[in-house]
Design a protein around this ligand. Structure first.
Ligand code: ADP
Length: 223
């Protein structure tokens, strides 16, 4: 199954996408994570993307479309994939349909996660990430056991993402409203949208997402 997780920054796409992909045996493709790794490696892609990301702006459609075209063609995506963070603009959504059609494939569903804006701001500005496993915590909602280190990597200090400062968070939400929110109507018009509230407990949201894509059995091997 080929899925897109759609929703504003902070709604839980990363956390839920990771769990969904693992439980159902699909590849998780997070464009934000790919870009952050490129920045850390100082690769050409990282150099191109860093300034935009830290300002809360989008990286160019051309760069993102090329990146997703390559990543979705890799072997681990053959059984299916969950896209987190792509598409973010209408041209990206059009390109995704085209690249899949060229391979005689199609996008099966778009899961739209929703939450009120004040909740998103609270979650993003309080978010801490493990630089090793990318697991996220939240100072209020899901704090790490000792307050500062990853539960699974006790030697590793958690850190705030460069784009989770209050000002950049406001900018990212604005960019979402202007450039990405139109995709909700875009996919609804094509009959591919399934809305899931992102505000309940983590397990509740996860259950609703699994239900929405019909992946409800026990976790698969490798997941
Ligand atoms: P969020 O947590 O806000 O959903 P991500 O981790 O998905 O953010 O992405 C972080 C940043 O990476 C974005 O603010 C943007 O600068 C860049 N980025 C990620 N995916 C895309 C995309 N599909 N198109 C353009 N820019 C992107």
């Amino acid at each position: 199954m080929r899925l897109v997780l759609l929703g504003p920054p902070g709604v839980g796409k990363g956390t839920q996408g990771r769990r969904l992909a693992a439980a159902c045996g699909w590849a998780l493709i997070s464009t934000g994570e790919i870009l952050r790794e490129a920045v850390a490696r100082h690769s050409q892609l990282g150099l191109e993307a860093q300034r935009q990301m830290e300002a809360g702006l989008l990286v160019s459609d051309d760069v993102m479309i090329g990146l997703v075209r390559d990543r979705t063609a890799q072997e681990d995506a053959g059984e299916g994939f969950v896209l987190d963070g792509f598409p973010r603009t209408v041209p990206q959504a059009d390109a995704l349909d085209r690249m899949l059609a060229e391979r005689s494939l199609k996008l099966d569903a778009v899961l739209s996660l929703t939450a009120p804006e004040e909740e998103l701001v609270r979650r993003l500005t309080g978010r801490l990430e493990c630089p090793v496993c990318k697991r996220t915590y939240n100072v209020e909602g899901v704090p790490p056991r000792d307050g500062r280190h990853c539960n699974d990597h006790p030697e590793v200090m958690l850190r705030q993402r460069a784009d989770d400062t209050a000002e950049t968070v406001r900018r990212r939400l604005e960019v979402y409203r202007q450039q990405t929110a139109p995709l909700v109507d875009y996919y609804a018009a094509g009959g591919r949208l399934r809305e899931v509230p992102g505000t309940g407990a983590m397990d509740e949201v996860f259950g609703a997402l699994r239900q929405a894509v019909g992946c409800v059995g026990p976790a698969r091997a490798g997941g």
